[in-house]
Design a protein around this ligand. Sequence first.
Ligand code: G6P
Ligand code: ZN
Length: 543
Amino acid sequence: MAIHTITTQAFDDQKPGTSGLRKRVTVFQQPHYLENFVQSIFDAVEIPTGASLVVGGDGRFYNVEAIQVILKMAAANGVGRVLVGRGGILSTPAASCVIRKHNTFGGIILSASHNPGGPDGDFGIKFNAANGGPATETVTEAIYARSKKITQYKIVDAPDVALDVVGETELAGMKVEIIDSVTDYVALMETLFDFEAIRQLLASGFRLRFDAMHAVTGPYARAIFVDRLGAAPDAVMNAEPLPDFGGGHPDPNLTYAHDLVEIMFADDAPDFGAASDGDGDRNMILGKQFFVTPSDSLALIAANARLAPGYGQGIAGVARSMPTSAAVDRVAEELDIPCFETPTGWKFFGNLMDAGKVTLCGEESFGTGSDHVREKDGLWAVLFWLNILAIKRQPVETIVKRHWARFGRNVYSRHDYEELPSEAANHLIEHVRGQFASLPGQSLGRYTVKACDDFSYTDPVDGSVSQKQGIRILFEDGSRIVFRLSGTGTAGATLRIYLESFDADISQHDQDAQDALAELIAIAEQISELKQRTGREQPTVIT
Ligand code: G6P
Ligand code: ZN
């Protein structure tokens, strides 16, 4: 079959962000836009002739069209075999699982994660390496560099591949294997968790609600919770993946997962609620009228890891992103294991896991996971919680409050200001940075500033340095405020303000986080001149 070499012109905006290249669908639909980026991946990673790849996505609008293009370009670039999730569907953690299990050269994942989908929504693409994890900074930089210089790409002229039937087929000499999207992933989960104990918990009348938000986890959640664990079919809601996620914003937090939040905060709420995002790597955990912050969830999983068979031997170490609360640090200290603080972005955990330095990782942005794959994993976190609940047989709220009683509570909240004009957001950050010299020593209300800095990280495995990963205002009593611009937005700038204080006093543990943090919130607004600079009175999202 004919391989065409198409002449193209470089785009100057193909710089991958926190997690791959994310843009509006309409941007990807420009002639050659997707092709340029895909060819830049193949060129930058120097894809070997005959290599195997995994391809799949979260099912959002443009998923299938993009997969057809990628398959034809893979064939033209000498790839030997591609494993594709049926219908083009693979959750991000499942893609990572498949890459590892089948020892492929890597994979291409199509997703804009939790961003809305549909013709006017977002689309995204990223490359994962042979370890199943997102490409390192070095590789994404190389892809970007290539994209700025590209002059041609290769594609075969061939009919589309039928993606809906499991089995082997062929495209211009390249093998295409359509695999069931769920099987490998579910098999892996069965090796990690005590399915029998969870089955018994669910049979005892324990009520579970999982919100798939019309995104990729629907089929996975049904296979696990309903088919394997015996939950009632209505335990999985919004289970049908839709190209536009039913018009929703598939981000599992208190604002966007409102259907579930309403159910879990009603008088007759189920015992346990959880949700996952567009591509299945994020999770939100709720008890009856109770929200578990992602930072606490990580700490609690670390403290109880031995209850799950896959972690029965204990954990080697933990890692969290810098803006994530230090709750897990306290657990690590007690377990006498190392705790690493990395920049935001799951890719920073990969080296630590590959080197065997950490077993569990987590981020405040609703990401939790372990070295079973190299992505964060929403359903994994839900299963971990169910495993803990199946053994402890206590309400979620009791488990969390007992954890706080033992370790103290890291009171935590994040305030997001979305779609700010980029200039205003950048100036705000510069304004805070401009106070690095004057703030230390100052008393602001009951807090005294100890130090301020731009967080920078030296990877302990490969020595690479990442600078300016967020501004930290650290106070004498261990409280802190972090200012950071999101690396995942597609419109304007999103300012994130992370607020944290520590309270060892049990009598204060029932306090609402917003009340407990009110003074720090006011200090953050004052230091950054937030209202004057952005004209915003309220955050867009509070988590
Ligand atoms: C994605 C990444 C995470 C990151 C999150 C927030 O989900 O996979 O690693 O924490 O985005 O990133 P942002 O730059 O928007 O704060
Ligand atoms: Zn995601």
